[in-house]
Design a protein around this ligand. Structure first.
Ligand SMILES: Nc1nc2c(ncn2[C@@H]2O[C@H](COP(=O)(O)OP(=O)(O)OP(=O)(O)O)[C@@H](O)[C@H]2O)c(=O)[nH]1
Ligand SMILES: [Mg+2]
Length: 310
């Protein structure tokens, strides 16, 4: 059951209890400002005491639709150089799995249709649309195993790389992730790679030394291409609730995020965090993960989100 359905069930056939409604909206991870706005909008109506759950649901949908962008930003592409995507986040959110899924997506027909779709409105994008479909499908992706910290992290990404048939740059455990990403960029540039995806180690957003390590990765890549990384994506687990908001705030302060990958939206019935982070920090959800398989990954789609996840 999605969030709006459970709200309807909870409040069916009785007058709205405002405290109970406030609690339900906050429990759905929509965030305090959004919750307060929805309640204020409803209470400013004439005859608000007579409002039913149908009116509430309409107001919730309207407010959420107002916050979420109509079109998610397309992937920014470097011209004639590797496009670098840095994947960051706290421990266990799904960074490595999302890196693999992302690589799979970049090689898929879905991505190439999307690129053709956005081309007329995007300046400076490599002209994929002018390549034949066969050429376009030959997008070359490389992975950088920049989690040199957690035991077995390198092997985990290596298994994905083999499965996907993509190249991987790996170093030794304990190696400096900034040096590894620097090297990976050079290998990618020589190898005519289109996308370099850097999987980093999980880290708590409160540990300043670990955040500084990521800033160093960013600086190292920036030395090779001042526009790199072209996207810095925070992976958040939808089931962690409002803690994801503080994660997003800290990672954004340290790195300037360009978007989120929100994982584990399958089965959780929770997706409110997408709204809270966009509302309070202005960071868009760019991709969603809905399972453990390679196919369980898609660009964020506002309508699908409104229809299914909320
Ligand atoms: N159900 C579900 N499980 C997921 C999803 N994404 C990742 N997982 C699972 O979450 C677990 C952790 O995934 P990883 O990709 O290893 O997470 P990580 O962020 O790289 O972890 P660390 O590197 O240890 O910080 C694995 O069991 C994944 O299969 C998702 O969208 N849905
Ligand atoms: Mg990992």
């Amino acid at each position: 059951m999605n969030f709006l359905q459970s709200l309807a069930q909870q409040f069916a056939g009785k007058p709205i209890d405002w405290d109970e409604l406030e609690e339900a909206l906050i429990r759905a991870d929509l965030g305090v400002p959004m919750t307060m706005r929805i309640i204020k909008t409803l209470q400013e109506r004439e005859a608000w005491a007579l409002l039913g759950i149908g009116d509430v649901i309409k107001a919730v949908r309207t407010e959420i639709a107002r916050i979420l962008p109509h079109d998610p930003a397309p992937i920014r592409r470097a011209i004639g150089k590797p496009t670098v995507i840095l994947i960051v986040g706290v421990n266990g959110t799904g960074k490595t799995t999302s890196t693999a899924k992302f690589a799979h997506y970049l090689g898929s027909a879905r991505f190439h249709r999307a690129v053709r779709g956005v081309l007329p409105r995007t300046f400076g994008v490599r002209q994929d649309a002018e390549r034949s479909p066969l050429e376009a499908s030959a997008t070359r992706v490389m992975l950088a195993a920049a989690d040199t910290f957690r035991a077995a992290a390198i092997e985990q990404l290596d298994i994905w790389a083999k499965r996907l048939g993509v190249e991987i740059v790996r170093g030794k455990y304990g190696a400096d992730p900034a040096a590894l990403c620097y090297e990976a960029y050079q290998v990618a540039a020589k190898g005519d790679i289109d996308f370099l995806l850097c999987d980093t180690a999980g880290r708590q957003h409160t540990k300043t030394n670990l955040m500084a390590e990521l800033q160093k990765v960013k600086r190292a890549l920036g030395k090779l291409d001042p526009t790199a990384p072209h996207d810095t994506l925070l992976v958040v687990d939808a089931t962690t609730g409002s803690n994801a908001l503080s994660q997003a705030r800290e990672f954004h302060n340290a790195l300037g995020l360009t978007g989120l990958i929100v994982t584990k939206l399958d089965g959780s019935g929770k997706g409110g965090i997408v709204v809270a982070i966009e509302d309070e920090l202005g960071i868009p959800t760019r991709f969603v993960g809905t399972g453990e398989q390679l196919e369980d990954f898609a660009p964020f789609d506002r309508q699908t989100y409104l229809d299914n996840l909320l």
